[in-house]
Design a binder for this molecule. Structure first.
Ligand code: SF4
Ligand code: SF4
Length: 403
């Protein structure tokens, strides 16, 4: 069957054919939002995993126009009007003219074009919506949280916490895989913080044909790119820098434990010194930053980046797991207040991206299971505040009065 024969089915997703995530622990997934391991690259070859029973089951579920259980987070985002990985990946059908590509339960490695790499969970931050699987800096706090009720009753089910500290994948394995893919078009490096692994990124890029590849870096914006890597990036087909910024200074410090002032020089250096760079800024929504979009907008605008159009600042990505860190668990009164404040901002700011209007409207809708998740949110926030000696109640009284 060809893509053009099936792409109009409502549950179609191209990811399990063209995309693969190679993470630090080796558990392969067919996209970043997929919630199950499809096989471990430390014990199996790429060829075996790509056509094993797990992978074939994902593809056959899609071909049957059904939703695989590993795809629920992706579909949750869509149900709230957000953009899912599925939406993003399906856009590549047109971009790369994949209409005639064969899509069957078995596939060929020539179809793999988009590889996400997590070299390590090494990270210099411990953002509240993260965990030790993705950030080594989180490990000590999680050891302290381990005895709390919120961890015992809830978090252990959603967070695979193995107390192992830093976990890394063998760079040679990545090189072997990437250099065997004849049609590789995108390599995206995620973390941990990928720019703490610049030596490894350089080694990988020196061993693949970067003239034909778009390189993506998803960064927390605290680490400058060194000159060696800048030179290599300037040889690539294109470079895509993606900075995560969720809030203005106070809430940003609360969520990420660092100041926006550490990000500004890094963003400007990247902007000024990379030739073919595309910028995006990700505003990941969670309960802590429901009032913060205008502050992010104003911060980015103040940087005066000529290569970035502020009307492209989207608001369509939100935390799905753990579910108590999803924005919609907040009481309806708080969400309505946030929607009203966003309306005031939108009324006086022309040209804001349409996703912000959609987000604003979605805030006013009643939600299922809101009170159970809100209790977990309160327990998690107060347990982590105790461990970190912080107080969300004081920093954000508009939400704090409900805690
Ligand atoms: S539907 Fe979403 S989670 Fe499932 S494979 Fe596609 S992109 Fe991944
Ligand atoms: S910067 Fe990224 S990897 Fe590091 S703690 Fe924050 S969300 Fe996690």
């Amino acid at each position: 069957m060809k893509v053009k024969d099936i792409m109009h089915q409502e549950n179609f997703c191209i990811s399990p054919w063209i995309n693969m995530v190679l993470p630090h622990h080796g558990n392969i997934r067919c996209c970043n939002d997929f919630e199950e391991s499809l096989g471990n690259i430390n014990f199996n070859s790429l060829d075996n995993i790509y056509n094993n029973q797990n992978y074939k089951k994902v593809r056959s579920t899609i071909l049957d126009n059904k939703i695989h259980k590993g795809c629920e987070g992706c579909r949750f985002k869509e149900s709230k009007g957000g953009v899912s990985k599925r939406t993003i990946m399906n856009e590549y059908i047109k971009k790369w003219n994949l209409y005639n590509m064969e899509v069957n339960t078995n596939s060929v490695l020539e179809n793999l074009m988009f590889i996400d790499i997590r070299l390590s969970n090494l990270c210099n931050l411990k953002c509240r919506h993260c965990n030790p699987n993705l950030s080594s800096s989180w490990t000590n706090d999680m050891l302290k949280l381990e005895s709390t009720d919120i961890f015992k009753n809830y978090m252990h089910k959603t967070i695979e916490f193995k107390k192992r500290g830093i976990i890394e994948i063998d760079t040679n394995k990545i090189i072997e895989i990437c250099s065997s893919l004849k049609n590789l078009k995108v390599l995206e490096f995620k973390g941990g913080e990928p720019l703490l692994k610049q030596k490894e990124i350089k080694t990988i890029l020196e061993n693949v044909n970067i003239k034909n590849i778009r390189i993506g870096i998803i960064t927390n914006g605290t680490v400058k790119i060194n000159n060696d890597l800048k030179k290599l990036f300037n040889l690539a087909n294109a470079v895509f820098m993606h900075f995560s910024i969720e809030a203005g200074e106070n809430i940003f410090q609360y969520i990420r434990g660092t100041s926006l002032s550490t990000l500004a020089p890094v963003i400007i250096d990247t902007h000024d010194n990379l030739n073919k760079v595309d910028f995006t800024f990700r505003v990941t929504q969670m309960p802590y930053n429901i009032f913060e979009y205008p502050n992010v907008y104003n911060f980015i605008k103040s940087l005066n980046l000529k290569k970035y159009d502020i009307s492209e600042l989207l608001l369509e990505n939100w935390v799905v797991k753990p579910s108590f860190l999803n924005t919609y668990i907040l009481p309806l009164e708080v969400r309505i207040q946030a929607a009203e404040e966003l309306t005031k901002f939108l009324d006086k700011t022309p040209g804001v991206h349409k996703s912000v209007y959609k987000f604003r409207d979605s805030l006013k809708l009643p939600q299922n299971n809101q009170s159970k998740d809100f209790k977990n949110f309160k327990d998690f926030t107060s347990a982590l505040d105790k461990v970190r000696n912080t107080s969300f109640k004081d920093i954000e009284p508009r939400i704090g009065k409900y805690l």
